[in-house]
Design a protein around this ligand. Structure first.
Ligand code: 4AD
Ligand code: MG
Length: 440
């Protein structure tokens, strides 16, 4: 015999006027003499359960009286539609059984400082706002993968323990790897997903990536999740078209399916509704002009000279001039990764783009056309001070049937922060890893 509840709160409408058993945790409770109102949450929603003394046994009423926040219980009762109730339904309780008590739950429904909440992240994830954010995260991940699957991309998993760097050597997490020397936690799956691309044509990898970044900003995690599509024969323009379709599809699906969560978060959805192709494009040089003209309007924004990289204030300023995500393309090769294809018209810039989210959320995607010529790639590896011997397998991809190809990586947490409208990236992942946080 199953010990699962009859149904979930989310599906309660199907059980109107029927008797069901729900199982969950106490979100809130108020007592009015012979009446006890319980707000039960079961992970799918919340429902008010009305315990009327004369409808239940003395034990069940005493159990209801003893319930505290986050006590776990099973509640049996009949489902009644009530337009005034949160969610539109109420449960008239017939029986109630405590599964476990919850004395002195640390997160009371009062304001706690963020440090306290981060220390209690394992409990904080039960709170309404966090619940909504993490539901949106799950939707973004599902939408991203399903959209790619529908476009005939094949998921190609890449290793997390790697022997080489792909995104610079200054932010690698290193670990000893038996007798084989040092291994690094993957900064990206890209180099490996390129091997998959040569096998399947269209692939993506999806998994955690690691950057030992000593930056303590609201946009940086040391462990974040990235989805990285890679397409054979695609050029830079094809890559941007793929990105804008991909991002738009994800945003529109979240609007459609997670409206209630967006509402819980008080997200202004008008800016999200505008997220449809095409996205505006400007070059790095045009971005520098924009910054030169308007830098006084954004705090901490200084004019940049050519081949300096953007900081967060620069990204914010650029994004402010557009009402959709904006591509900044053709950065100086010198400030980008070694594998990016140079612009044939202007070899000092790369066929790459960063996609900046509106409203100051910063870069959510980095992508490029890849160098497909073996000799040029080998030169670039050397120029970046990397050991060519370590990259022989990657150079093999250029030795045997090399083709032009492009791809990109979207950081899940940055995308969720923007879509859900939460300023700090730390709330967009269940257990954030940051410069000063590894607990819980
Ligand atoms: O621009 P990045 O470094 O690009 C790559 O890693 C490429 N190999 C991707 C590819 O072409 N396949 O990182 C891509 C995205 C960024 O736009 C951002 O969304 C996210 O990954 N990201 C981070 N998110 C949270 N914390 C960090 N420290 C991040 N660093 C990058
Ligand atoms: Mg980048």
């Amino acid at each position: 015999m199953s010990s699962l509840p009859t149904t979930s709160v989310a599906a309660i409408a199907d059980y109107t006027e029927q008797t069901v058993t729900l199982a969950g945790w106490i979100y809130n409770k108020t007592e009015k003499g012979k009446l006890i109102f319980i707000i039960l949450r079961d992970g799918t929603g919340i429902i008010q359960c009305v315990v009327f003394k004369k409808n239940v046994s003395a034990e069940a009423f005493a159990a209801a009286q003893s319930l505290t926040q986050e006590s776990a219980c099973r509640v049996t009762g009949s489902v009644r539609a009530d337009s005034r109730a949160p969610g539109g339904y109420e449960l008239d309780v017939q029986d109630l059984e405590i599964v476990d008590t919850s004395p002195d739950y640390p997160i009371a429904p009062k304001e706690h400082g963020v440090e306290f909440l981060m220390e209690h992240r394992h409990l904080w994830v039960r709170s309404a706002r966090q619940h909504a954010l993490l539901r949106i995260r799950a939707e973004v991940i599902a939408a991203a993968q399903e959209w790619l699957n529908d476009q005939d991309f094949v998921r190609f998993d890449t290793p997390l323990l790697t022997a080489t760097a792909a995104e610079g050597t200054s932010n690698l997490f290193a670990t000893e790897y038996f007798d084989l020397g040092t291994a690094y936690l993957a900064q990206t799956g890209q180099l490996y997903v390129e091997a998959g691309m040569m096998s399947f044509g269209k692939v993506y990898c999806f998994g955690p990536t690691f950057r030992a970044e000593k930056s303590k900003t609201r946009r940086h995690l040391t462990e974040f999740w990235m989805i990285e599509p890679e397409v054979a024969f695609a050029n830079h323009d094809d890559n941007l078209a793929l990105q804008e379709n991909f991002v738009s599809a994800i945003v529109q699906r979240v609007l459609e399916r997670r409206a209630a969560d967006l509402q819980t978060l008080e997200r202004d959805t008008t800016t999200l509704e505008r997220v449809v192709p095409p996205f505006p494009r400007i070059t790095y040089d045009e971005a520098l002009d924009l910054i030169r003209k308007h830098h006084r309007e954004v705090e901490g924004c200084t004019p940049l000279s050519w081949s300096e990289d953007f900081g967060a204030p620069h990204e914010t300023l650029i994004a402010q001039h557009f009402d959709k995500p904006v591509f900044v393309e053709r950065f100086p090769s010198a400030i980008k990764a070694f594998y990016m294809e140079p612009d044939p018209q202007r070899p000092e810039v790369a066929l790459c783009a960063d996609l900046l989210a509106p409203e100051g959320y910063g870069e959510i995607i980095g992508g490029s056309q890849r160098i497909h010529d073996k000799d040029l790639l080998e030169r670039r590896i050397q120029e970046h001070g990397l050991n060519v011997a370590d990259y022989q397998w990657y150079l093999d991809l250029r030795r045997y049937g090399s083709v032009p190809h492009s791809g990109f990586g979207m950081g899940i947490e940055r995308a969720v922060a923007w879509i859900a409208g939460t300023r700090h990236i730390r709330e967009t992942i269940p257990f954030p890893r940051m410069l000063y946080r590894i607990y819980p």
